[in-house]
Structures are given as C-alpha cells and as structure tokens.
Design a protein around this ligand. Sequence first.
Ligand SMILES: O=C(O)CCC(=O)C(=O)O
Length: 247
Amino acid sequence: MNDTYIKPITPLTEEQIAFFREQGYFLYKKGMTEDLIDAFNGHIYDIRNQNLIPDWAVCAKEKRYSVRLFNPHKHDSFSRQLMKHAIVRGALAQLMGKEAVCVQSMYFYKEPGSPGQASHQDYYYIKNDPMTMIAAWTAMEEVVDIENGCLWVMPGTHKLGLLPHGTVKNLEEHESHTDETEGVDTSRQIPVIMEKGDILFFSELLIHSSNKNRSTSRWRRSYVCHYIREDSNVLHREDLRQKYPLY
Ligand SMILES: O=C(O)CCC(=O)C(=O)O
C-alpha cells in the first residue's frame, strides 16, 4: 500500500450490516446518482448500437438488447469506473472486513420480452476460497418492479450452504443456458422493488432469481458486479481469475 492509498468510506450502519448477516442481502437506497446512471446507460447502449460491435460484446443482432453483456469491466474503462464506485467499495469493505476486488461484471439490457434467470446461488457458478463473494446489483431504470422483471430473493437462504442445481424448469420465464436450485420451495422468494441508483448487496449463497420482462415498453437495465475479498481466489474458472482492485 503506497502513500496515496485512500481509505474506503463506511456507508453502512451497524444495523445494516447486521441485517445483511441475518438475511443475506441489503438494499442500499440511492447509492448512485441519476446522471451517472443515465450517462452509463447511454454509453453501454452505444456499444451494441453500431455496425461493427467489438468482439467482446458481440451477439446475435436481434438479441443485442436482450442478451446480457458479460464482463464489460475487462474491456471498457467506464464500466471499470462504475465497478469501483465509492459506496460499493466502502460497503463491501465493511461487509468483508478487508478491501474487495471485482471478478465479474454483467450489464443487463433486458428489453421487453427478455427472459429472466431461474433461482440459483452465485457460488454454484463462481467457487471461491475462502468463500467471500458478494454481488452488488444496481438498478438502472426509474423503477424495477415485478412487471419488468425485478430480482427476487429468498431471505435467510445464505445459511443453507450450497444446494443442488439442475435443469431449468420454466423455459417460458427463464433462460435455458443456466441451472436452477433443486430441493427447495422457492415460493418464499420476495420481489425487490428498486429505484434508479439503488444498490442491492447479496451473499453468494442467497437464492435469487428474476422473471421475464412482461412490460410492453420498459427495459430493465441493471449493472451487476461480483466481488471477493482481496485475499480470496476464484477456483476453476480461468476466465474469472483476474482480480480488479477498487482503488
Ligand atoms: O438480474 C438478473 O436478472 C439476474 C442476475 C443474477 O442472478 C445475478 O447477478 O446473479
């Protein structure tokens, strides 16, 4: 650590940290400003709104605002800046007890009609040792609600350990290329209604999902980054081994 190291801020209260430990998630209201999000949305839209889309962002043209953008932080400096947002960095340092590093980012456009993701635990996809991973899911729309495909969480399930995952059951609602938790009654999931700039922090073992965007005109944009403690390491996934510091 050099002389220019600036300590992370401490945005969370003791009560908020206790809520996260007990429930497995915490909703931080208005953590990012609207103008920052509007600028980021415009920037990310432009990445897929061009004839020659860069290799790292390419997908079938008809699905370019449906298929999520994987790991923009590896290629795009604006995505990297948002990944390091001071509230996110500070909250993660409080929750982890040390600085966090980013290992994955995803930007969801989720235009109307786009499918959601079946219930799962993030640790199933990204094993890390020691287990420290937390996601920060930022709402990038005026309102993210049931109709446009908000996130659903199942409070307290981060205490269940890793559960078996199998084939996705409802292909009308969910993407087929992921897996779904098995052996748990997921009807206890609750919707997390969010406003632009709200940040949802959640544990790698919390069961969560999202449904299809059933609105006719509202997108459901969000930026989601996955972080581990700086002394933790991603296992098995060569593509996510690189750690991106937040300072
Ligand atoms: O935003 C979504 O629809 C799903 C995101 C998710 O499950 C995740 O980031 O782990």
